[in-house]
Design a protein around this ligand. Structure first.
Ligand code: 0X9
Ligand code: ZN
Length: 304
């Protein structure tokens, strides 16, 4: 079981979900869904209540898109622990829904940021480009309004969209996951940092979907639960106008377009100098994130 006292390597995180699948063979299922550019295994953990009912609704959660946003995989780990090890308190979250979680989308970048202080603020993947610069922003690499506003053509930029849509194996894996669950997926949640924001589509344009009220209602449930639990004041809103920039080719818009009626980017709180909350703050942040995720899931379960 992984605690909240420090950050973990990608290998430790994969080992942790493998151990859970061994410990709970009827409730927890592991699937290797691909590998990263540097050949790290991308594995999803599917958490069920073990009743063996098939094709339930799905909540799909991922973390670790951006290498330096370490609190995101940490929050995914805590979410996994709660759903697996605390079934009593969370039975309602698993009654009619299965959860599919990919805790580290971009393990090459994540490991790179753990090498040294010089590499700590790396954001992108690690696949070389045609230039001397390395890496693509995996959250600009999706094949939906790819390489439009808020994405860069320059391989040296932090928001480089890639040589083509889905040039990055890590983004393609998430795209495939989204499609494979789209028919029964009710919520897609991608964990980033930082800013204490719950963002709903669209992120590629300032326009908002005609189901904005549904998105807002679920997001507000998360915001209120967190505010009540810890006093942290999340901002809820449509992505483009809330963070004041469009960013096209991102996974949240991709999932929403693919059929997930609820799709959010959750930007976890500022810590340290922004992306690097000290280990002593992990516990507080991931617990409060869990409160928000559980509240949003409960609202989704009521609605769909
Ligand atoms: O820019 C991003 O990819 C996200 N912010 S971060 O600081 N974690 O990099 C925000 C993405 C919001 N969603 C869309 N623009 N579609
Ligand atoms: Zn991010």
């Amino acid at each position: 079981r992984l605690g909240t006292e420090r950050y973990y390597s990608h290998e430790e995180i994969n080992q942790f979900i493998e151990d859970l699948a061994v410990k709970y063979p009827r409730r927890v299922f592991l699937k290797t869904v691909g590998r990263s550019y540097e050949n790290r295994w991308l594995k999803t953990i599917t958490i069920t209540n073990g009743d063996a009912r098939r094709n339930k609704n799905v909540i799909l959660v991922d973390g670790g898109f951006h290498a330096r946003e370490w609190i995101s995989p940490a929050a995914a780990i805590y979410l996994i622990n709660q759903l697996v090890e605390n079934l009593e308190d969370n039975a309602d979250l698993l009654q009619d829904f299965d959860w599919v979680i990919l805790p580290v989308v971009n393990p090459d970048g994540y490991e790179y940021t753990q090498l040294s202080a010089d590499t700590r603020m790396w954001r992108k993947t690690r696949q070389p480009s045609s230039s001397n610069c390395i890496g693509t922003d995996p959250n600009r690499n999706f094949d939906f309004h790819w390489n439009e506003e808020g994405a860069s053509d320059d391989p040296c930029d932090d928001t480089f969209a890639g040589a083509k849509a889905f040039s990055e194996p890590e983004a393609l894996v998430v795209g495939d996951l989204i499609h494979s669950y789209a028919d029964r997926g009710q919520m897609y949640l991608t964990l980033h940092s930082y800013g204490s924001l719950i963002l709903y589509p669209w992120g590629w344009t300032a326009a908002v979907p005609d189901t904005e009220e549904d998105l807002k209602e679920v997001a507000e449930a998360g915001k209120s639960a967190i505010l009540e639990a810890t006093g942290t004041n999340y901002t809820v809103g449509p992505s483009t106008t809330t963070i004041n920039y469009a960013a096209s080719g991102a996974s949240d818009d991709y999932a929403f377009n693919a059929g997930f009626p609820i799709s959010f980017t959750m930007e976890l709180p500022f810590g340290g100098t922004g992306f690097d909350p000290p280990a002593s703050e992990i516990d507080r942040i991931v617990k409060e994130t869990w409160v928000g995720i559980a509240a949003m899931a409960r609202r989704v379960i009521q609605k769909y």
